[in-house]
Design a protein around this ligand. Structure first.
Ligand SMILES: [Zn+2]
Length: 786
């Protein structure tokens, strides 16, 4: 068997020739041409020989696998063919009224959101490198989309590829994303081209690694290959074929951080504005860092992380690593317990995935979305037994030990109400802030003009302090993170390299131009093996005339009318349903990944642009704390929020091609002295309302997407946007208005409840999830774990 890395690379590039064949190279060696079945295999192999010889220890094996992936004979060739099939095993045939890819080079990528059932318009992505502007991101009707210029994109891709002197897998993946996110993976005559080449390649690579580590014999591989062919040919399967189709080859792992709502919102108003941004970004970093730590421990590439954002992640892990995943889970519980003493925890669920699970239900398989559902159930189940991963002894030791020693008000942090010690913690403008809260504020400040995020990988470190800073927590996972901005003289700030750093990741922030001179100089300066990537930082921080991050009262005062603060949350409706049923029976890993990627681009790349527009020209009014996955969170002048919500709604409609996929919004309006979203505390203060709220929460669970909608009883205006309608209501005196509700919109404006009423459903840690884990019928336990 070939080295796993070579198999991974071959799977990652197996179809890259499908792009190059549009501008066919003239110099393909004849022996490669002779080995191919179609044409793209020879181009792919030639690409590896010509440009990537340094990227693998075994370029010949990689070439060979690629050139033979349509008529394999050796086991590795069969394996990559199977990975290719499993990534997209389906056949979405064009119907009467719609032409397929037609095999022509003018084929554009059909926007996947406009393929979801019920779409009004058929939209297509212009072929171009990824940039964060509307022109690039938004799909167009076919007659308005420019013809694809394959040569231009390919030459840009080659130019950037050749800048890379240290071959790293992550850098290659970032380049593939940038250049092939809008390229169709398949242009065969009868198929609708709605899967991006990038997502297809990455899915195939992830599956290939899992298959490779399963230890299938040559015979097994042949049986599996034959078994998969039976679906195409609609033939009966032999018992051996059925057995291998149902034998687990991978684990779908989901990690979900709990406690995020309290972590973000159970703060006093002192310093909350600045601290909140830092805390929100820390949650994002923690999600990434923990999932990458798992991948590093399992020696898996980033292709095997299917998603990370909004407090949760999904990994595709070789089934062989079951026990290892359990061990890692226990270590993560341990580290997070020490860092957060139960305020934040991570629940990790896992379900086995067999070849049949990758096959779309249309073809006779199980359809991959079933697995999202199953793994979410496993996570929900584990949440009921939180901390079990610590083990009985540790639990007894930790859970019943008092930690904070502070007893008087003078020994409490005035932001988080945790312990504050003179000498260790600090005071800022007369406010006592513990070192942890102070570190979140600093992070929030550092992100303001951040251009790069540099991560050093080093040996895991012990926590040096019982109230650790965010940096110290991440170091326990072997990562040190530095946000970099520009100095006054225009030069880039340089981080000091930690003594024991082994490697570095340099991420360009908010810009896809991630291999420019600045980046490469930075890498030279750091003198470490470097990989490069870019990230779309879904945030906008408002500043005053002097460039300082503004406080809540500044935003409140910038409102029209009463000087109050507003909070806007929006997310995509019925996301779980969308993923499970939106694409009909054509749900393979590649297609689901394309759908999820498409929504992320809207929220992470485009929503910040809309928020910046609001802030442009005059007083800055909105603070985008988070946008990613399928949701967003804005704090700002209350009067601009309904307009912003409407704008986002309208733009999403255009992006998706109709009203078949919608976003909802909730707006709360608050006096600036209240921190945003305080219902957790208020709910605790009103026990008599608990049972009523539980009832409402239950009804809401029957409804759709989980959200937290707030209705300030005394505020003059409220916006709740649902399916494009902006409802204006007067709350305090208008019970009728308050009780008006559309299906699925949780609201309650009970005048008897005094000055504030809220319906709060289960904290929305799962709101950004492709499959919220509550409304499911059955749990699929993890074999050999649990
Ligand atoms: Zn604190």
């Amino acid at each position: 068997m070939t080295d796993e890395r070579a198999i991974w690379l071959a799977a990652l590039l197996h179809d890259i020739g499908k792009f190059w064949e549009n501008i066919p190279p003239a110099d393909v060696p004849s022996e490669l041409r002779a080995a191919q079945k179609y044409q793209h295999e020879a181009y792919g192999a030639w690409f590896v020989r010509k440009y990537l010889a340094d990227w693998t220890d075994d370029p010949q094996a990689v070439e060979q696998i690629i050139v033979k992936h349509h008529q394999p004979s050796l086991p590795d060739e069969v394996l990559v063919q199977i990975a290719d099939w499993l990534a997209s095993y389906e056949r979405v045939q064009a119907g009467q009224e719609e032409a397929g890819g037609r095999g022509k080079r003018e084929t554009l990528l059909r926007s996947i959101l406009s393929r979801v059932q019920g779409a009004d318009a058929k939209l297509y992505h212009p072929l171009q490198a990824l940039k964060t502007d509307r022109e690039t991101l938004f799909p167009l009707p076919e007659d308005r989309a420019p013809l694809p210029d394959y040569a231009r994109v390919w030459n840009q891709f080659l130019r950037e590829l050749q800048k890379v002197t240290t071959p790293q897998r992550r850098t290659l993946q970032a380049l593939l994303f940038k250049y092939f996110w809008a390229a169709p993976s398949d242009r065969s005559y009868e198929d609708i081209p709605d899967i991006s080449l990038y997502h297809h390649l990455v899915a195939a690579a992830a599956i290939a690694v899992c298959l490779s580590r399963t230890g299938l014999t040559e015979n097994d591989l042949m049986t599996l290959s034959d078994a998969l062919k039976t679906f195409w040919n609609r033939q009966p399967q032999t018992p051996a074929q059925q057995a291998i189709l149902n034998q687990p080859v991978a684990l779908l792992v989901k990690g979900d951080i709990s406690g995020t709502q309290d972590f973000l919102y159970l703060l006093t108003s002192r310093g909350a504005a600045r601290g909140l941004r830092g805390r929100s970004f820390y949650l994002q970093l923690l999600t990434e860092v923990v999932s990458e730590w798992m991948l590093r421990r399992l020696q898996l590439p980033l292709t095997n992380r299917l998603y990370a954002g909004g407090g949760h992640f999904y990994l595709l892990v070789p089934y062989r690593e079951c026990e290892q995943v359990d061990a890692l889970r226990a270590q993560i519980a341990q580290k997070l317990w020490q860092a957060h003493r139960g305020d934040l925890s991570l629940n990790i669920g896992a379900v086995p995935v067999a070849p049949i699970d990758f096959v779309s239900s249309q073809m006779g398989g199980e359809g991959f979305t079933q697995k999202w559902k199953a793994v979410s159930e496993d996570v929900a189940d584990r949440k009921q037994r939180r901390w079990i991963d610590l083990g009985a002894e540790q639990m007894a030791q930790h859970l019943f030990t008092p930690y904070d020693e502070g007893t008087t008000a003078e020994e409490m942090c005035q932001v988080c109400h945790g312990e504050w010690k003179a000498g260790e913690d600090t005071t800022d403008e007369g406010v006592r802030k513990c070192r942890r809260c102070a570190s979140f504020e600093r992070l929030g400040m550092e992100l303001r003009h951040c251009e790069y995020l540099v991560r050093f990988y080093l040996a895991e470190q012990e926590l040096p302090h019982p109230r650790p800073t965010w940096q110290e927590v991440l170091r326990t996972f072997g990562v040190e993170v530095h946000p970099l901005s520009r100095r006054k003289d225009g030069g880039l700030q340089l981080p000091s390299v930690p003594v024991n750093a082994q490697e570095v990741l340099i991420e360009r922030v908010g810009d896809t131009d991630f291999l420019n001179d600045d980046t490469l100089n930075l890498a030279d300066h750091l003198r470490l093996p470097a990989c490069f990537d870019f990230r779309l930082l879904g945030e906008v921080t408002p500043t005053d005339e002097q460039g300082n991050v503004v406080d809540y009262d500044y935003l409140a005062n910038a409102s029209q009318g009463v000087p109050w603060l507003g909070v806007l949350r929006m997310d995509v409706d019925s996301l779980g349903q969308l993923f499970r049923y939106g694409l009909g029976e054509d749900t393979t890993l590649s297609r689901v990944a394309t759908l999820s990627g498409s929504m992320r681009l809207f929220f992470e790349a485009y929503v910040p642009l809309l928020c910046r527009e609001v802030n442009a020209g005059g007083q800055e009014k909105v603070y985008l704390l988070y946008a990613g996955g399928d949701d967003l969170f804005v704090v700002g002048s209350w009067s601009v929020l309904p307009v912003l919500a409407q704008r986002i709604r309208d733009e999403f409609r255009e992006y998706a091609g109709g009203d078949h996929v919608t976003v909802s919004a909730g707006i709360a309006i608050e006096h600036e002295k209240y921190p945003p979203l305080p219902p957790c505390r208020r709910r605790q203060a009103r026990p008599r309302r608990q049972s009523e709220r539980a009832g409402q929460a239950h009804r809401q669970r029957q409804g759709d997407a989980e959200k937290r909608h707030l209705l300030p009883g005394r505020a003059a205006g409220l916006g709740a946007v649902r399916r494009g309608r902006l409802l204006e209501e007067r709350a305090a005196g208008d019970a009728a208005g308050g009780q008006r509700r559309e299906e699925g919109v949780p609201r309650s404006a009970d005048p008897a409840d005094g000055d504030f009423a809220a319906v709060s459903v289960e904290p929305s840690g799962a709101a950004g999830s492709p499959a919220p884990g509550r409304d499911y019928e059955a749990t699929v336990p993890l074999t050999g774990a649990a």
